[in-house]
Design a binder for this molecule. Structure first.
Ligand SMILES: Cc1cc2nc3c(=O)[nH]c(=O)nc-3n(C[C@H](O)[C@H](O)[C@H](O)COP(=O)(O)O)c2cc1C
Length: 195
């Protein structure tokens, strides 16, 4: 058993706090591959998320170059269909081509509303585990729930049964060109303490 430390003054606590604060959503990535081993390690860690009844509802789809190219085509098609804008479609396709890593995270559907809610929560925790681990390795990510994540063509492409699974997020990852800054409201605005 490790010794209980009652306050936030240990080195490890400062390290973990700093990692949680420093992880940033990033849209622009360097042209540098992220090793498959690192992503597999991050997925291994992701599934240690809290999970009621240990349903392990997550599935991770690590996309290879062929499927990434197909996803980019779907993104372009979606923009042409919904906005009828060729220029925007070409721009989005080009931006997508510059994303080094594509990881789709899905959650198993459940007929029970509470189970579904709890399973989704676990999947979100898993993604946070994954992105924190990557962040510590210098790899940034963007969790996206863009239109493609709900499009049947994506499910067909990856052989996912949409009656069985839904997408929690498409995680784009890579070494960041820049890291944006972010802020949060003061804790006093979000904390209610009771007697
Ligand atoms: C469930 C979920 C869905 C998100 N979907 C998108 C998205 O579709 N597009 C996007 O630009 N960012 C998306 N984000 C990222 C948020 O915009 C980002 O987390 C927020 O701006 C805070 O920045 P930070 O992650 O650097 O703290 C999503 C985040 C979550 C948790």
């Amino acid at each position: 058993m490790s010794e209980f430390v009652p306050d936030g003054e240990t080195k490890n606590l400062r390290v973990i706090a700093e990692r949680i604060r420093a992880r940033r959503t990033t849209k622009l990535f360097l042209k540098r591959e992220v090793s498959r081993e690192l992503i597999l390690d991050a997925i291994e860690l992701a599934r240690w998320a809290p999970n009621h009844h240990l349903t392990e509802p997550w599935r991770f789809y690590l996309l290879g170059k062929k499927k990434v190219a197909d996803c980019i085509a779907i993104i372009g098609t979606l923009i042409r269909e919904t906005r009828n804008d060729d220029e925007l479609a070409a721009f989005k396709e080009q931006s997508a081509k510059e994303i080094p890593g594509w990881l789709l995270v899905t959650c198993k559907k459940s007929a029970k509303k509470l189970t579904q809610q709890e399973d989704y929560a676990s999947c979100c925790c898993a993604i946070q585990n994954l992105t924190l681990y990557l962040s510590e390795a210098g790899v940034a990510a963007k969790w996206t729930t863009g239109r493609i994540t709900r499009d049947q063509r994506l499910f067909d492409l990856l052989g996912i049964d949409s009656a069985e699974e839904f997408v929690v997020g498409l995680i784009w990852y890579g070494y960041p060109k820049t890291l944006p800054t972010q802020s949060r409201r003061d804790v006093s605005e979000i904390l209610v303490e009771t007697d």
